[in-house]
Design a protein around this ligand. Structure first.
Ligand code: AMP
Length: 587
């Protein structure tokens, strides 16, 4: 296909407002692409290479402006291009505003082997692709100049419309209204294959070009035969924010995991065979290859994995004792290209895996989460140990299945105590949907509003926590609380407080010790494990919801209350009131 034809079609698509019509136009484009189908299916989305390939053009906007300026003639400098861009706001428009093709002498640099200096009519889609591939491959000293030369060669042969789409393609700013769904539907219509078949093939291959070609040549059967490949990254399944309440309402039970505060990784590993070294690749959430930055993950794979696998997980930074460090520490390692060994001395990382997409030739995307997790445990378990014990499997994220909110609360408390971010709630029956931010994975929603509550009671703990006060009773102000009393500085009387719940979650042992010291002097009455406290201390508490409840004297209960901190700056008289609670509830 001539590049001019592609540019014409792209212009028509860009001018079309209706989604259905856009699909029809893309369908025609794919039908007419013949031998260039793979390239066209990617170009129309503004991609040069398949999404899974780490290969990029690696050319910055400035180099692109420079190439445009050179092709535009001796009077134009890259400053002019930038100035115009600032005015017009879009590189395609700027590129289209120049007249190219006058630079015969310099056109000798042109890529793709076409005749230098001729205007666009013989530039083909394939030539553009091949020249951009050469450009991507240019490395080392002088590579930037070589890239600019190659790009100049292309622009020099472009008509105005061709230049518009070439510039946008190079800078990954196609913006003609063609999203992934559009191309999926267009492939389905053009080659008469069901949309779901196309969708599945896209999920496993991440390559619109290949899927379009297979759909055309081998139909649904061909698409169904496409599989995951170890070494080729898959888009990561994503999470939504959500609450425990919703999760338990929608699913019979929830799979609960700790939420690790690190960076997402996808590990692809093929163990060594007789003569071949093991092959390991680690990809980021955006499918960037980050293998070289994370030697610990590669070593872990070599030591642990005995079959070809694709695993999904998180890499976390840890201190000398193995406890997790904040996310910022992972960033010191994650995309690092130089001095990795030195960086490793400062910050150690370790992988934790929570999903298994492929193991020993089996694609597991369609399997339920629980099956995938069982398989994950198997692949990470040392085969010499007869009874695999989840707790002990290094690198395995624990998973609990429960429909009991209290159990979820205590998993959350453990996660926070262990220095993790909180919990993830997952639908145990759900399949793995690459690239989707679906409802099946939920990160527990951060609290929108918090309440400042007076601590009016507590319980002595048990076992190792026997010397700590815990499970704190929370109250808010109600009843006689007039301005006069406040300004007269009178204390809050216990009878003017109403209970709203108890908080036991989100408190580490260290913190419990501190809180016990703070509260013990205020014990008014002690009965068995339970104590009543004088109203002196204010806690800031997060919660998921405010419900009506006969259990507490306010008539309301905080659902999933979580300790956020002590409001040392607040007096019980400044704690939140029943009125505020009611207004938050109706908000
Ligand atoms: P967020 O980045 O806030 O949207 O939260 C989702 C991210 O949490 C995922 O992309 C993972 O990188 C990370 N994460 C940590 N622990 C888990 C887990 N157990 N399951 C899934 N994702 C997790």
């Amino acid at each position: 296909m001539e590049f001019a034809t592609f540019a014409d079609r792209a212009a028509a698509i860009e001018a079309e407002p209706a989604d259905l019509e856009i699909v029809a136009l893309v369908r025609e484009l794919l039908e007419d692409a013949d031998a260039d189908l793979e390239i066209v299916a990617r170009f129309v989305q503004g991609r040069v290479f398949p999404a899974w390939r780490s290969r990029t053009l690696d050319i910055g906007p400035n180099a692109c402006y420079e190439a445009i300026a050179r092709a535009a003639g001796t009077n134009v400098g890259s400053d002019d291009v930038e100035e115009q861009l600032a005015e017009v706001g879009e590189i395609g428009e700027v590129a289209a505003s120049y007249e190219f093709g006058g630079q015969q002498g310099l056109g000798a640099f042109t890529g793709g082997g076409g005749d230098a200096g001729e205007t666009g009519d013989d530039l083909t889609v394939r030539e553009v692709f091949e020249t951009l591939s050469d450009l991507a491959a240019a490395e080392g000293a002088g590579s930037q100049d070589r890239k600019i030369d190659l790009l100049f060669g292309l622009f020099n042969r472009c008509s105005s419309d061709e230049a518009r789409y070439l510039a946008r393609l190079v800078l990954s700013e196609m913006r003609i209204g063609v999203g992934e769904g559009t191309v999926r539907d267009a492939i389905s219509e053009a080659f008469d294959v069901p949309g779901e078949g196309v969708e599945r093939a896209l999920q496993v291959s991440n390559d619109y070009g290949q899927v379009a070609r297979v759909a055309r040549e081998d139909g649904l059967e061909g698409l169904d035969a496409m599989e995951l490949e170890v070494g080729r990254p898959v888009q990561a399944m994503l999470a939504q924010a959500g609450t425990v309440t919703d999760a338990l309402e929608e699913w019979d039970e929830a799979a609960v995991e700790w939420k690790y505060d690190g960076a997402r990784i996808q590990l692809h590993h093929e163990p060594a065979t007789g003569e071949r070294e093991p092959r390991t690749s680690v990809f980021s959430r955006n499918m960037e290859n980050v293998t070289d930055a994370l030697p610990e993950v590669v070593e872990y794979a070599a030591e642990t994995l005995e079959e070809p696998v694709i695993l999904d997980g998180e890499v976390v930074a840890i201190d000398a004792g193995g406890a997790p460090l904040p996310f910022q520490d992972v960033l010191k390692r994650f995309r690092r290209k130089h001095d990795v060994e030195k960086a490793r001395e400062d910050v150690t990382v370790r992988p934790v895996f929570f999903d298994c997409l492929h193991a020993a030739g089996d694609d597991l995307l369609e399997e339920p989460l629980t099956t995938r997790h069982d398989r994950l445990r198997e692949v990470l378990t040392d085969p010499d140990r007869s009874e695999p014990n989840e707790e002990e499997v290094e690198g395995l994220s624990l998973l609990w299945r429960t429909d009991d909110p209290d159990e979820i609360e205590s998993i959350d408390a453990d996660a926070l105590e262990g220095g993790h971010e909180g919990i993830m709630l997952k639908n145990p029956a759900s399949t793995y949907s690459p690239g989707r931010r679906g409802k099946h994975w939920r990160k527990r929603k951060p609290d929108v509003e918090t309440l400042d509550c007076v601590v009016t009671g507590a319980e002595w703990g048990e076992g190792r926590r026997a010397t700590f006060l815990g499970t704190f009773e929370l109250s808010i102000r109600a009843g006689d609380d007039s301005e006069e009393r406040r300004s007269a500085g009178s204390a809050v009387e216990p009878q003017n407080l109403e209970t709203v719940g108890k908080v036991a979650t989100g408190i580490t042992d260290e913190k419990l010790e501190e809180l016990t010291e703070l509260l013990e002097p205020h014990i008014a009455v002690e009965e068995g494990q339970e104590v009543d406290l004088e109203p002196e201390v204010v806690f800031e508490v997060g919660y998921e919801e405010i419900q009506t409840s006969p259990t507490y004297s306010s008539g309301y209960a905080l659902r999933f209350p979580r300790f956020q901190g002590v409001r040392h700056d607040k007096d019980p008289r400044d704690a939140d009131s029943l009125e505020r609670l009611e207004s938050l509830r109706s908000a």
